[in-house]
Design a protein around this ligand. Structure first.
Ligand SMILES: NC(=O)c1ccc[n+]([C@@H]2O[C@H](COP(=O)([O-])OP(=O)(O)OC[C@H]3O[C@@H](n4cnc5c(N)ncnc54)[C@H](OP(=O)(O)O)[C@@H]3O)[C@@H](O)[C@H]2O)c1
Length: 280
């Protein structure tokens, strides 16, 4: 078993990571690079990246909400590296707030990025992976892909949809040797929470939700302050890329709460989340 694992580790392989400009995507690009992989780091603004291009690391412009942008980046990465073995659908967006504080444009943007974005990238890379006889598509979901939090309704909807997409896709790609995986991080410190708070502040707070939202977000901020960095997620993504077990889901810091979600009666679980987040 160990020999087979090290075989997988040592073969020169290429990973394409979306949303690699910062946070979990950037940490993932570095993690794979440090382990000898070639890395196609896809992002909206390569000019602003902290990643230094080399013969094993190339940056590609990719906005996952644009099919031509996705196709162009995937084709360029294949032309440069010869093949893509693993795709990490990491690019994601989280807007926080009560539903009445969010607009339909917010909802559409979240779905377009978190769900349709992963579908576009997968659709672009599948013919290539099938021609190569295999590959892996790793979808960065969330603890919110199998449970919910207050004020995250659009985000939760997008991650539940992403999990449904990935789980279904796994059926049809199996015969081509293409494995689909889902990584489910709990809270990790990446700066995305600060962005969520700034985004909410820019919207008009609904008077009926203001006190509730402030209370919940204070608790979320406390959780985020003591959260680990994105490297733990990068490690789990690498594990999903190299694991030989036919496993679909990889929780990262979320195993306990997702187990509780499955085992506990729903009403009791909701009370626990309310207590943790002061969401009465
Ligand atoms: N951090 C956490 O606690 C946590 C927990 C659970 C799940 N996740 C998931 O992990 C993933 C990464 O999160 P993160 O915390 O690293 O977030 P982040 O720091 O906010 O980074 C998000 C990344 O997605 C990119 N992105 C957003 N919209 C895009 C688009 N239309 N096209 C291409 N790239 C786009 C951003 O690019 P720009 O730099 O161009 O904006 C950035 O690189 C997301 O899917 C998120 O839902 C995170």
């Amino acid at each position: 078993m160990l020999n087979r694992m090290s075989e997988v580790e040592t073969r020169a392989r290429t990973v394409l990571v979306t949303g690699a400009s910062r946070g979990i995507g950037e940490a993932t690009a570095r993690y794979f690079l440090d382990r000898g992989w070639s890395v196609a780091a896809a992002m909206r603004t390569p000019g602003a990246s902290h990643l230094a291009p080399s013969n094993r690391l190339r940056l590609y412009e990719m906005d996952v909400t644009s099919a031509p942008s996705v196709t162009a980046a995937v084709e360029a990465a294949i032309a440069d590296f010869g093949r893509i073995d693993v795709v990490v659908n990491n690019a994601g967006l989280c807007l926080v707030g009560a539903l009445e504080e969010m607009t339909e444009a917010d909802d559409r943007l979240i779905m377009d990025t978190n769900v349709l974005g992963a579908m576009r990238v997968s659709r672009a890379v599948l013919p290539h992976m099938r021609a190569c006889g295999g590959g892996r598509i790793i979808n960065v979901s969330s603890v919110c892909g199998q449970m919910t939090l207050p004020l995250y309704s659009a985000y939760c909807a997008s991650k539940w949809a992403l999990e449904g997409f990935a789980e279904s896709l796994a059926f049809e790609t199996r015969r081509s040797g293409i494995k689909v995986k889902i990584v489910q991080p709990a809270v990790h410190k990446t700066g995305s929470f600060a962005g969520q708070i700034a985004g909410r502040a820019a919207r008009t707070a609904h008077p009926d939700h203001a006190a509730f939202s402030d209370g919940v977000l204070q608790r979320m901020a406390a959780v985020e302050r003591s959260a680990p960095g994105p490297e733990a997620v990068a490690k789990a993504i690498h594990h999903a890329a190299t694991d030989r077990w036919p496993r679909l889901r990889y929780p990262v810091g979320s195993r306990g709460i997702l187990l509780a979600r499955r085992m506990m009666p729903s009403a009791l679980f909701v009370r626990v989340v309310r207590r943790i987040l002061n969401a009465w």
